[in-house]
Design a binder for this molecule. Structure first.
Ligand code: ZN
Length: 224
């Protein structure tokens, strides 16, 4: 980067270049765009960044992003609270919701197991998942009541019937799914544990599928 920029401009460029997918050239382009923008627009951007950092936290039940103690999905009495879909990141909830296929609730792990990167089960919300699933101190006599209260420690949650492991079909995602499946099998043998079928992208030709995807699609074949 040229060192002839005034320090405030340099600071903006260097902050922008920390964003994913933003190289130095793009950061400079964005910085000049912001400099040209009206004060109103530029301050709205700054304020939006401040607001998400101040107001957005993690749902006390599922660890999805929320501006309330519980996220909208956990608060929704029309959702099936007996089915929990386990995902790695809050951003994984959005594509799942977009399919309109899923009516259950979620559990966001906050990553995937990776011995290489030093990410162990304790670093993820796995213990919290087991606490949601395994009936223990938390369960109240089986009333599948609507979750309307915005506070309380989840004692109104109905019994969980199924856990769908929707971690990414990557090495770390698969390892995470296997680990959780094992934990669930020993603690809750009656629970149904499923894994998302990873198959071929709809509308694409077999010849364009990479071999991992194709191999998985083959291994996961069902009878017709
Ligand atoms: Zn939630």
């Amino acid at each position: 980067m040229s060192t002839s920029y005034a320090p405030p401009v340099q600071r903006l460029v260097s902050e922008l270049s920390k964003l994913p997918g933003i190289g130095n050239r793009t950061a400079q382009r964005l910085a000049f765009h912001i400099l040209r923008a009206s004060g109103e627009d530029a301050f709205a951007l700054a304020e939006a960044i401040r607001e998400v950092k101040e107001k957005i936290g993690l749902c006390e039940v599922c660890f999805n992003l929320t501006d309330e103690p519980r996220c909208r999905i956990c608060q929704d009495p029309r959702r099936d609270h007996g089915v929990i879909c386990v995902v790695e990141e809050p951003s994984d909830v959005i594509p799942m919701e977009r399919t309109h296929e899923y009516q259950g609730v979620y559990h966001v792990l906050g990553g995937a197991l990776s011995p290489i990167e030093g990410i162990d089960p304790e670093d993820l919300k796995i213990g919290e998942l087991l606490a949601r699933v395994v009936p223990g101190a938390k369960s109240v006599d089986g009333e599948a009541g609507a979750m309307t209260s915005a506070n309380g420690a989840g004692s109104d949650a109905p019994e969980v019937r199924e856990v769908v492991l929707a971690t990414n079909p990557t090495t770390t995602g698969e390892a995470t799914a296997l680990h959780i499946a094992e934990e669930l099998r020993t603690r809750a043998p009656a629970l149904t544990v499923t894994r998302l079928a990873s198959g071929l992208p709809v509308g694409s030709d077999l010849e364009y599928a990479d071999e991992v995807t194709l191999g998985k699609a083959f291994a996961g074949r069902r009878s017709l």
